[in-house]
Design a protein around this ligand. Structure first.
Ligand code: ATP
Ligand code: MG
Length: 210
């Protein structure tokens, strides 16, 4: 079972939004069964999932203390991918979650303040044994230079997978637990997320293992 973790020290960058969207995209791409795990005490992903009608991706309840045990059980149940959403913090407990990851996604908004906080997340990744990670520029405004500047700044520290634009379809869809792609499968949001999943799937596939 592959473990994909969304993490960033900075709040409100799109961890939860991308966790749901990537889990659904992975399910649709045939990478399932997919299960999501929310270790954020805010519980936003779990609350969103409660609104969903669809059975998959599944949602598993756990705590950071029990996470390793829960992941073991989920793998035994036959899940092929777990997508883990984390709270915005730099603590030893988050570091313990990152240490379990096959791949980490670090969403970052393209603003100077967000970019300045990336160092904390990078430190956390280092403490967690340098797990493979991708930056994702999230909620970028079209036709602005900020995204290009952000890509250049982040590329000094790691690979930037892609840019996801600021689209009202993302929060609108999540009102009833769906994704932008489930509402408009041919929309730009769906295409961006499918493209991101393809990049992540390729990276996860290269790592071998189960
Ligand atoms: N690409 C996007 N386009 C438009 N709105 C977005 C996008 N990504 C996220 N948002 C909105 O930004 C806000 C923060 O997103 P989200 O809750 O996913 O971030 P988070 O990193 O999980 O936050 P926290 O650190 O509090 O857990 C939400 O209102 C969400 O709907
Ligand atoms: Mg969140």
């Amino acid at each position: 079972m592959k473990k994909l973790v969304l993490a960033s020290q900075k709040g409100g960058v799109g961890k939860t939004t991308l966790a749901l969207h990537l889990a659904v995209a992975a399910h649709q791409a045939g990478a399932g069964p997919v299960v999501m795990v929310d270790v954020d005490p805010q519980g936003s992903l779990a609350l969103t999932w409660n609104q969903r009608q669809a059975e998959f991706p599944a949602m598993a309840r756990t705590t950071i203390a029990e996470l390793e045990h829960t992941l073991h059980d989920l793998e035994a149940e036959g899940f092929k991918l777990v997508v883990i959403d984390t709270p915005p913090a730099i603590t030893a407990t988050i570091s313990s979650v990152l240490a379990l990851a096959d791949l980490v996604v670090v969403p970052t908004r393209p603003s100077p303040i967000d970019l300045a906080s990336v160092g904390g997340t990078l430190d956390l990744l280092e403490q967690s044994g340098n797990r493979p990670f991708f930056f994702v520029i999230n909620a970028a405004k079209p036709h602005t230079r900020l995204s290009q500047q952000a890509i250049a700044a982040l590329a000094l520290h790691g690979r930037v997978a892609t840019t996801i634009y600021d689209r009202v379809d993302f929060p609108t869809a999540m009102i009833d637990g769906r994704t932008a792609g489930e509402i408009d499968p041919d929309g730009k949001a769906a295409i961006e997320i499918a493209g991101l999943w393809t990049i992540l799937a390729e990276r996860l596939g290269k790592q071998g293992g189960s």
